[in-house]
Write a protein that binds this ligand. Structure first.
Ligand SMILES: NC(=O)c1ccc[n+]([C@@H]2O[C@H](COP(=O)([O-])OP(=O)(O)OC[C@H]3O[C@@H](n4cnc5c(N)ncnc54)[C@H](OP(=O)(O)O)[C@@H]3O)[C@@H](O)[C@H]2O)c1
Length: 236
């Protein structure tokens, strides 16, 4: 197995789906995960139709057991995971007062705890092999203030801090940790009204996916640590 194996979480739609397509075109063996099996199966069958290798696993990143089982199944199937992309994410567009405890917990458990657990599931093998790459899909909300985004911003700022700390722990082991901070991207994360209103100002998921491929494709000694990608007309 010479091809690099990449695990993309939350790949049913949006940025994750385009990451799967672009990494497949770049020659990677692509593993997509998420909760909606039918969407994942469709993505894999399209990749396989182009005679490239891919697999889908149902994985809920709010569940430690689901993450650990998925990571194990990928390693059993392909023998390794070279690159992990923590892409699975949810948001609530609500003021802090309107954010219910359950909203807060869902956003933090998916975006921050889920990424933490996925990293823990792949890191032992990367440490043993002294190589690997972890790419976290954050958001400009990690370091830019927006109204009605307190839980989402907290989750992304938390993951930025976690990621920066992890990078210092593993960079001497040739394990690369990269943060991608996109501004508005036209995906199902936005409701249809906002997508219609701001479509002309939003970036496409393919735009982001192509940049992430270039982050993964740097020479061995080069690490892109953080990339902020904004629409030309700025934030929405
Ligand atoms: N769109 C933007 O403007 C924008 C900007 C900056 C950053 N981002 C980030 O980009 C990432 C992808 O978002 P997107 O814009 O592409 O939105 P999206 O189309 O809604 O994709 C989110 C993905 O996350 C998965 N997901 C949600 N909860 C999950 C869970 N508990 N377990 C496993 N998978 C889960 C969903 O799949 P299932 O429902 O099938 O599980 C879906 O595939 C997110 O981290 C988001 O914060 C988006």
């Amino acid at each position: 197995m010479n091809k690099k194996v990449i695990w993309i979480t939350g790949a049913s739609t949006g940025i994750g789906k385009e990451l799967a397509n672009e990494f497949s075109k770049a020659g990677y063996t692509v593993v997509v995960s998420g909760r909606r099996k039918s969407r994942l199966v469709k993505i894999v069958s399209e990749i396989k139709y182009a005679e490239r290798e891919a697999a889908a696993f149902v994985c809920n990143v709010m569940s430690e057991r689901s993450i650990m089982a998925t990571s194990k199944r990928i390693r059993e199937k392909y023998g390794k995971i070279d690159v992990l992309i923590n892409n699975a994410g949810v948001t609530v567009f609500k003021s802090l007062m309107d954010t219910k405890t359950v909203d807060f917990d869902t956003v933090l458990d998916t975006n921050l705890r889920g990424a933490f657990l996925c990293i823990k599931s792949v890191l032992p093998q990367m440490i043993k092999n002294k190589k690997g790459q972890i790419i976290n899909i954050l958001s400009v909300a990690a370091n830019t203030a927006f109204e009605n985004s307190a839980a989402y911003a907290a989750s992304k700022a938390g993951l930025l801090a976690l990621s920066n700390s992890l990078r210092e722990e593993v960079r001497n082991l040739n394990i690369k940790v990269s943060n991608i901070l996109p501004g508005a991207v036209e995906t199902p994360m936005w409701d249809s009204k906002s997508r219609q209103k701001y479509k002309h100002r939003m970036m496409s998921a393919t735009d982001i996916a192509k940049i992430v491929v270039s982050v993964a494709e740097q020479p061995r000694k080069v690490l892109i640590e953080d990339i902020t990608i904004r629409p030309i007309k700025g934030d929405i």
